[in-house]
Write a protein that binds this ligand. Sequence first.
Ligand code: SAH
Ligand code: SF4
Ligand code: F3S
Length: 468
Amino acid sequence: MSETVKMSEAQTEYLNLVAELMTIRKRGDVPLAYIRTYGCQQNVADSERIKGMLHEAGYSFTETPEDADFILFNTCAVREHAEDRVFGNVGALKNLKRRHPQILIALCGCMMEQEHVAKRIRESFPFVGLVFGTHCMHEFPELLYKSLVDGSRIFVRDNDDRLVHEGIPAFRDGSFKGWLPIMYGCDNFCTYCIVPYVRGRERSRKPDIIIEEARDMIARGYKDITLLGQNVNSYGKGLDPRPTFAGLLREIDKIDGDYWLRFMTSHPKDCTRELIDTIAGSRHISLHLHLPFQSGSDRVLKAMNRRYDRAKYLDIVNYAKEKIPDVSLTSDVIVGFPGETREDFEQTLSLIREVGFTSLFTFIYSPRKGTPAAEMDDPVSDEEKGRWFRELLAVQEEIAAERCASMVGMIEKVLVEEKAKQDGRLCGRTSGNIIVEFSGDDSLIGTFRNVKITQARNWILNGELADQ
Ligand code: SAH
Ligand code: SF4
Ligand code: F3S
């Protein structure tokens, strides 16, 4: 059972104390913070809350670590490569700290919930002053204040209190695309995955709080809102009365306005026909379903503890295709899970061909300390896994190109997001999350436009404005 608590007055008071202190201690005109976020959107959303607290304490933000009073890396533990990048980039701060000893360097996020990582930071990175895990974010004002006044190193983690902390202000990076967390943690324990260990048990935010936040974002001009959770389909577990995810979507969809509603991630084991019907019948939910399948082989799915099989996955996908004719399907897939054979891998290839995904996030299996898969026999060589991986990319490239080519001539509603590399060109996304480039004025950024698709370039589309 999860319980909701408001950010305490004591923590708000710490923000005031930090603000007071920083009027004296700041290096420039205003105290500056540099925040770097690794990993998934959940981490991006957490960083936005940390920025919200810093903003209340009077900080502005900089993209240049050299100018900062406070440097924070919000870290990701999902694959070894992600961790290596963090260690490398933290190491590079050593000289900066030597030149400007008054800078406070802090690390937070998923990596910091792992004991061996905290130990390595303690021993090998003495210039890092503050380390806190994902469960301690609501105590950030106090931790920051104590680090600033005390100067001794602070390490806190592993405080999975199963509470949902509300009332932490978000300072969002974007002004028209925004993340909205609906739940935290994960109970699924897929055997390869570190997330349940570093994010704790699943807990859902209350529907009225989420709906209010969505309403506020829409009123402030957000055009693309993504509801976040590791498994949004099990939203509501532990709340009384128990809401369903489809029900939550329907409530948000009732809010008037010109916006798209997205969500990630959906776990196939809990993806219901009701959810598909909800998308099909909605006004705002984008025609996009990100449904990670991880492997096309039943044997591997079982070893991964995914709790669905290929047939169940295809069943829900086929239902989605039937009910939402233009649905854009995307997915995550792992190549080289321990014990995966060439035959298993070919099952993955055949599933990709059968479904016809718009795009795929593809990963080579990376052993994570403390997870069951890290103890499993893994006889296939890295070279062989690399070959499979490239083969998979080539197949997917073909499929994506075909799907994009089938869109030529269509008129698509596009949210204009940013300037493209080429001068005078803009970049946007369709409801199905496909990137489209076209010529237009910068003033269109942040608006919806109709774009006629003129050409397919692998997984990116070219187009022209249809309503100038
Ligand atoms: N909760 C989401 C995924 C979160 S992690 C879900 O279940 O779909 C994002 C992706 O990283 C996963 O879908 C998986 O494909 C990949 N991943 C997770 N752990 C991994 C590991 N140890 N090695 C390689 N890829 C991994
Ligand atoms: Fe990891 Fe599985 Fe949870 Fe996703 S559902 S976060 S892959 S344990
Ligand atoms: Fe990484 Fe943590 Fe997300 S491990 S993928 S940042 S939940």
